[in-house]
Design a protein around this ligand. Sequence first.
Ligand code: ZN
Length: 354
Amino acid sequence: MKAFVMKKVGEVGFVDKPIPEPGPYDALIKTTKALICTSNIHEVHGRVKAMLDKKNVTLGHEAVGIVEKVGSHVKVFKPGDRVALGGKTPNWLDPISQAGHSSHAGGPMGGHEFELKRDGAFAEYFLVTQADGNLAHIPDSVPDEAAVFAGDIVTTGIGGAENAHIPPGGIVAVFGAGPIGLMCVRGCRLLGAGLVIAVETIPKRKELAKFYGADIVIDFKEEDPVEKIISLSDDGLGIDSAIEAVGTQITFESCVRVTKPGGTISNVGYHGGREYVNIPVEAWVGGMAEKTITTIMSPGGRERLRRMLRLIENGRVDPTKLISHRFKFDDIEKGFRLVESKDPEVLKVLIDFE
Ligand code: ZN
């Protein structure tokens, strides 16, 4: 079968690989749709430590498909089922999974098995371990091109909003309206925020922030977002929650600055590739601010995937507005280069395998 791989750090391309054979708890999936993730770019650019020595590893962890074959111990799925994949495919027997942090099963990022530990989904077929835990049936009314967002983009965005602990009616700011930030905005609305503020400068993303439920969009090139957000808060004391959805020092520290004492900073941005993330001490009241910093990495599992798919099924979230470009699998490298280019028009690139 044809697979799109990272040949080594800095180099991607197609190679031929044998179709994998499922073990007793595994499922083999025939890929129908996939999305390119910014983390695939980080991996190829050498920003992910576990990928530095990898050769010819198939990329891709955001995908849907049709079950082709299952192992003898798989109970929930059978050949022909249309399924969504979790972006993380952890070992559910691991103690860290059992403690509720399955994305880190076996150690930091350990649940991110695709790419980091085994071949990913940018291939004609892909293998899913512990299939009963790591896949979910796609509801009939949900098209593949919507379901493909459930396992990473939707679960991470909704998770970032959950982690922000927004009190009903409270004020939240989301820094960055990329695909994840936009799903955070949607999550904040669904979770009952009273005022949702998005911080973004790219016109298309500003427009989508409104579409997904931001009440106010602050363009950081036109005004200072920290000052503006604080001016919108009750008595100018700061807001309840801030979500960091970019992965830069400036956005992280802005989140610390805009929150009031007791507030929550929910981080979904990837800060890998540098040594420290700094906390502004004054806004942190020297460590006494009673502010909480929470982090999340695309929580997976069948139970959660089903809930994310239900949000899509019943119109609570329409992730398809995030699709900015589409390519056939043969042209996936063009899509990869687009995401790599940081072209402001690029949101999510959908790959069609049919
Ligand atoms: Zn991803």
